[in-house]
Design a protein around this ligand. Structure first.
Ligand SMILES: O=P(O)(O)OC[C@H]1O[C@](O)(CO)[C@@H](O)[C@@H]1O
Length: 547
């Protein structure tokens, strides 16, 4: 199969970039007064202004042509209809089915997927409702006040990010904690002040074979049994979310208290299904369904909107534009909302585990650069840390700014609402990044000549601004679906399988091989390599073990 980089559309973009690279956003704005209107799109509750990107109408035409060449329209349909587009694992990719409205049928591989999804959602809502109402009690008859989700990767980042984003909607007096790391500091710290009688553990693992999760779950079980003095307490304090009933039963959790999902849901695409159980217990079934409606709104937009007005398509194509034609390595995601503090970390798994690939779906090496490096911090904290590099560094770092009009808190100082100051910062940053400040402007302010070059703000640094009325379950769902589909668009252009993650396996296996060498009394060997063997010896020595 010919690589996309050999297509005339790719060459046309490369030629176009050579011209556009010399143009400044100041000129692009001056030349095109209608630019902002044309480069603003809405999708449900999300509004995207992408006018501060280094693109013209011609760039967009060429990028859309590239998407057509990559067969994006057909790929979108293939995903939504359940074709096995995860080729290396021979699986359908159907996270979009997790938010199908009740009654909308979808049969895949002979299975009524929609009915399965709603059966699980109904069970989750029923269980969450009982916990929230204090009807599901712990072993000693007390109601649950804390849910501890034990999981890692997609079985942690999604619900943890969403809980932090939506904790204002937690209206039943139940809070959540998330334990993921195999560093004992995580679980020991999270259990320290908990009341075992009022704690429910959700052990979340798609495979139920993940070292970190099973280890933490065993520690939690021992902690609980020691404190409640009876093994039988486990069934009232542990529930599971998994695709693997056998392993759940082996662990000792009653499968009647297990909430399932399917191999066609990737871990990093799963918190809108059963992996969201802890979140649902906190915010309730109704708010959870509002979140699903937000996901669905973007799914429908992605499936139906013309590419020129399709938010995930445009954002995905812009990602390809900077990655492959400007040599950008990273994309910053800068939510101007403290509640979205974990959003960049969540996106790191979603995007980088999906698109960090160097072979195409057909096994041939990729030619293009793939896999943007996502990173970020909430504004305004980032401004006082790394924005210096964004403004004046030598690297091009495209950035997504995300802001909300309505705050949850309204303190004002000196007559100005704090939230307005927050938003003013967001807007100021995107404007400064785009338009900068010239040497002439700086000199005209009386700046000494020697200092002028240090103060020059080059501008021409591209940003997207996503503006939303308020952070709600629905708008959070929409934001997540937006980025899920951005990943899909980029993966399609690059021709890769965005739904496997073979690259994480080797390290897991090697860790299991190395653990005995760290703990044993036998003399350490020379494996797996001289450097690592020396580090094993050094560790054992520092640990006071035989070397
Ligand atoms: O849900 P599980 O099976 O415990 O896996 C946790 C995470 O581990 C990974 O497989 C990567 O190691 C992720 O894809 C996944 O989200």
């Amino acid at each position: 199969m010919a690589d996309i980089t050999e297509s005339p559309e790719w060459s046309a973009l490369a030629e176009h970039q050579a011209v556009l690279a010399g143009r400044h956003l100041r000129e692009l704005f001056a030349d095109d007064p209608g630019r902002v209107g044309r480069m603003t799109v809405t999708a449900g509750d999300l509004r995207l202004d992408y006018s501060k990107h280094r693109v013209t109408a011609e760039t967009l035409r060429l990028l859309v042509a590239l998407a057509e060449r990559a067969g994006l329209r057909g790929r979108i349909e293939a995903m939504f209809s359940g074709e096995h587009i995860n080729v290396s694992e021979d699986r359908a990719v159907l996270h979009t089915a997790l938010r199908l409205p009740p009654g909308e049928a979808l049969t895949v591989d002979g299975q009524d997927v929609s009915a399965d999804v709603h059966a699980v959602l109904d069970r989750m809502a029923e269980f969450a409702g009982r916990v929230r109402a204090g009807e599901w009690t712990g072993f000693t008859g007390k109601s649950i006040t804390t849910v501890v989700n034990i999981g890692i990767g997609g079985s942690d980042l999604g619900p943890a990010m969403a809980y932090e984003a939506l904790h204002d909607y937690a209206d039943a007096g139940i809070s959540c904690r998330f334990v993921s790391n195999i560093d004992p500091a995580d679980i020991v710290g999270k259990l320290a002040d908990l009341d075992p009688e009022r704690t429910l553990f959700v052990v979340a693992s798609k495979t139920f074979g993940t070292l970190e999760t099973l280890t933490n779950a065993k520690v939690a079980r021992r902690w609980l049994v020691e404190r409640l003095g009876d093994d039988k307490a486990v069934s009232r304090h542990f529930v599971a979310v998994s695709t693997n009933a056998e392993r759940v039963a082996e662990f000792g959790i009653d499968t009647a208290n297990m909430f399932g999902f399917w191999d066609w849901v990737g871990g990093r695409y799963s918190f809108d299904g059963a992996i969201g159980l802890a979140l649902m217990i906190a915010i309730g079934g109704e708010a959870f369904r509002e979140m699903l409606a937000g996901f669905r709104e973007i799914d429908e937009h992605f499936r139906a909107a013309p590419f020129e007005a399709n938010m995930p398509v445009l954002m995905g194509l812009l990602g390809v534009w900077y990655t492959d034609f400007f040599g950008a390595q990273t994309r910053a995601v800068l939510p101007y909302s403290q509640r979205l503090a974990r959003f960049p970390a969540y996106l790191q798994q979603l995007t980088m585990e999906s698109n960090g690939k160097s072979v195409r779906a057909d096994g041939a090496p990729v030619v293009a650069q793939t896999g943007e490096i996502f990173w970020g911090e909430p504004g305004t904290n980032g401004q006082h840390a790394f924005y210096q590099l964004l403004h004046q560094g030598t690297r091009l770092v495209p950035a997504d700014f995300i802001g909300f009009a309505e705050p949850f808190e309204e303190p004002a100082v000196d007559g100005t609402a704090m939230h307005d100051l927050l938003t003013a910062n967001l807007l100021a940053q995107t404007s400064a990044l785009a338009f900068g400040k010239t040497a002439e402007e700086i000199a005209a302010e009386g700046t000494p000549a020697a200092v002028v070059p240090h103060k020059v703000m080059p501008g021409n640094r591209p940003t997207s601004t996503i503006l939303v009325r308020k952070l709600t379950p629905k708008t959070l769902g929409s934001l997540v679906a937006l980025y899920e589909h951005v990943v899909f668009v980029e993966g399609t252009i690059w021709g890769i399988d965005s739904f496997d993650q073979w690259g994480v396996e080797l390290g897991k296996v090697m860790a299991m091989d190395l653990a005995p060498a760290l703990t044993s009394d036998e003399p350490p060997g020379e494996t797996p390599d001289p450097s690592t063997a020396a580090l094993v010896r050094a560790y054992r020595e520092l640990r006071g073990r035989r070397v």
